[in-house]
Design a protein around this ligand. Structure first.
Ligand code: SAM
Length: 338
């Protein structure tokens, strides 16, 4: 699973992918010839890997393995019982693999094809165009958990920590925090109806619905914040849209054709939603409350100088963390004043 997420990020920042591929992504698909003689899982993986490679589909082997494993009822090919690798598949299973593979040929991300994906050990439903959670974001969640563990004297009481997530998407961050912090409560907001309903669905699936308020709200609208059910917050967490607008056209076809641009486009310097969160934070946070953000590697410096220009907010950038590729991608900002 991790590999796929890494690939997505690599495409997001990778060179040489300018120009629209939307047209060819859809028009290049031709009906496949019958798979005469192919019947076992191993043969199908190798057949579809070859087809994907020929059509330039990234992560060809991983894609075909996930699809075949999914149709056989497993999460990964490696977790399939070895007996199933060579056993003949039914014609219904063959047809299903063909249909799912044709979606991959149209550059649909595997997470949407399968309709579910794991995040922090939770199985979440995935529905386009709601943003697919990336493995980097698991590192953000782990950092928040470390902070809560360190401040357990302050936030360990029933109902705490109280956490606000801005831009909940599928609910990945909120639900994994709730599942690992049994006393916590979360307010999760998103401006997209599709994200709100997917977070509701995932909360129900995981039986975490009792400690989460899911609110359909555009955080840039002033009036939205007057009726929050709980507050003030111990923590604000967000993986906001932070892609620099001019980088949007370089995104991989998987991202551009299927994920909501509003989940990605952070404006000219990727700071539009970040600065809204920071400007709002003093009104929502407890005295020494914290903000944890996932950002672009250029943002630690930009955020630091933006905060220096806003001493009235009493917010300090207290730490920057690197992701598994060594890029500075996570910020911890603390409120330290009135
Ligand atoms: C990068 S996605 C993160 C989704 C999820 N937290 C995750 O990490 O998988 C950003 C999310 O912010 C939401 N969003 C964008 N602008 C917003 C706004 N003004 N108010 C509330 N949510 C917003 C998008 O709809 C999207 O779901």
């Amino acid at each position: 699973m991790e590999l796929w997420g890494r690939m997505l990020w690599a495409l997001l920042s990778g060179p040489g992918r300018r120009g629209s591929t939307r047209g060819w992504a859809f028009s290049s698909w031709q009906p496949q010839p019958p798979l005469a003689g192919l019947s076992s899982a191993i043969e199908l993986v190798s057949h579809w890997t070859g087809v994907f490679e020929k059509r330039g589909i990234p992560e060809a082997r991983e894609s075909s393995e996930y699809i075949v494993a999914h149709v056989l009822g497993a999460k990964t090919f490696q977790s399939l019982r070895p007996a199933l690798w060579t056993q003949p598949l039914t014609s219904q299973q063959l047809q299903c693999i063909r249909e799912l593979s044709s979606r991959r040929l149209q550059r649909m991300p595997v997470q949407y094809i399968l309709g579910e994906w794991d995040f922090q050990g939770l199985s979440l439903r995935m529905v386009p165009p709601v943003f697919i959670p990336r493995p980097e974001t698991e590192e953000l969640v782990e950092w928040v958990l470390e902070e809560v563990a360190q401040r357990s004297h302050a936030v360990g009481s029933p109902g705490s920590p109280l956490i606000l997530e801005v831009g909940c998407g599928s609910g990945a961050i909120s639900l994994s925090l709730l599942s690992q912090l049994p006393q916590s409560r979360v307010i999760a907001v998103d401006k997209r109806e599709a994200a709100i309903s997917l977070t509701h669905e995932n909360a129900q699936r995981l039986r975490l619905q009792d400690r989460i308020w899911i609110i359909h709200l555009d955080m840039t609208s002033e009036r939205s914040w007057t009726h929050l059910p709980w507050g003030p917050m111990d923590l604000i967490v967000s993986n906001p849209p932070y892609v620099f607008h001019q980088d949007m056209e370089q995104l991989a076809p998987e991202i551009r054709s299927y994920e909501d641009p509003a989940a990605l486009d952070g404006g000219e310097e990727g700071m539009d939603i970040i600065t809204h969160i920071l400007a709002l934070a003093p009104r929502l946070l407890k005295d020494s409350g914290s903000i944890f953000l996932e950002v672009d590697p250029r943002h630690p410096e930009l955020v630091s100088s933006w905060l220096q220009s806003r001493p009235d907010l009493y917010l300090n950038l207290v730490a920057v963390r690197r992701d598994f590729c060594g890029r500075p991608r996570f910020l911890h900002i603390r409120r330290s004043g009135p």
